[in-house]
Design a protein around this ligand. Structure first.
Ligand code: PAF
Length: 280
């Protein structure tokens, strides 16, 4: 597996791959890889000749009071995982390499970024869309793999690609969970023992609602109220939002009509966790 730190090195490798007609799958990550990322790499491995994993804690998607400095990092462990799953190249640039001395351009997706996490993280999705655009251009990937855990991100990136005619297919992959249901996330490492025991309440609440939705319940407002009630039973949990939105435009809905995203963000202590399900 190649370890590349510069854009030029990745581009050189990509040129060679393209010359021999190889397809490229990109797995964009911020590192500290877990089985959730592993599932994306495995899927990319199956569907492409070449797999590129980017491993970059992108500063532009963190707000001023967020966890940029504290965000966990372990590049050696990331390399071991990527290699064991058959990735061909891991791209691990510095912020200076990615953004140069100055950067005056950004990609903004309207409407879909206004609610849910976008409401409390105002710079987040511009940072995500801009860095993902750079990664798409650098890797010239045919496909890029995103986890459904960050459902708003998946919807926003898919919309950006459709609106701006990017030559890349966005593949959404299922949420990977711990045995007790907690969605795998690099941020789970912030939880202390007591908080970790409380954290599965997110999945517990969603799972009950999902079961009802599958059984034909169409009242999204009622399901959100039930999710809220279940989470409020956990003393360490403080709800940021519990929302039902249509999957196309991420706008609030009280009824399930077509694909509907039930998304939640909950603080367990100071740790903000997100989770969701999408109806068919
Ligand atoms: O989901 C993430 O880890 C990040 O938002 C991404 C897509 C790698 C962009 O920095």
């Amino acid at each position: 597996m190649i370890k590349a730190a510069t854009i030029a090195d990745v581009k050189k490798y990509v040129r060679e791959c393209k010359k021999s007609g190889k397809s490229i799958g990109l797995v964009p990550t911020m590192g500290f890889l877990h089985e959730g990322h592993g599932s994306l790499i495995k899927r990319a491995r199956k569907e492409n000749d070449i797999v590129i994993v980017s491993d970059f804690v992108n500063p532009t998607q963190f707000g001023p009071n967020e966890d940029l400095e504290a965000y966990p990092r372990d590049f050696d462990a990331d390399c071991r995982l990527c290699e064991s799953l058959g990735a061909d190249l891991i791209f691990h640039p510095t912020p200076e390499e990615m953004y140069g001395k100055s950067n005056y351009s950004k990609v903004h997706v309207d409407k879909l970024t206004a609610g849910l996490c976008g409401a409390v993280r105002p710079v987040h999705f511009d940072g995500v869309c801009s860095v993902v655009t750079k990664l798409f251009n650098i890797s010239e990937a045919d496909r890029a793999y995103f986890g459904q855990k960050d459902a708003q991100q998946l919807a926003v990136v898919s919309r950006m690609v459709a609106d701006l005619n990017y030559n890349i297919e966005i593949i959404g992959c299922p949420i990977i969970r711990e045995e007790d249901g907690l969605a795998k996330s690099s941020r789970n490492t912030y939880l202390n023992e007591e908080q970790r025991l409380a954290a599965p309440v997110l999945h517990r609440a969603l799972a009950k609602a999902e079961e009802q939705a599958r059984a034909g319940e169409k009242d999204a407002k009622k399901l959100c109220a039930q999710i809220t009630e279940e989470i409020e039973k956990e003393p360490l949990a403080k709800i940021d939002y519990v929302e039902a939105v249509d999957w196309e435009e991420l706008q609030h809905t009280d009824v399930i009509e077509g694909k509907t995203l039930f998304a939640i963000a909950v603080y367990i202590g100071k740790v903000r966790l997100i989770d969701n399900f999408i109806t068919e």
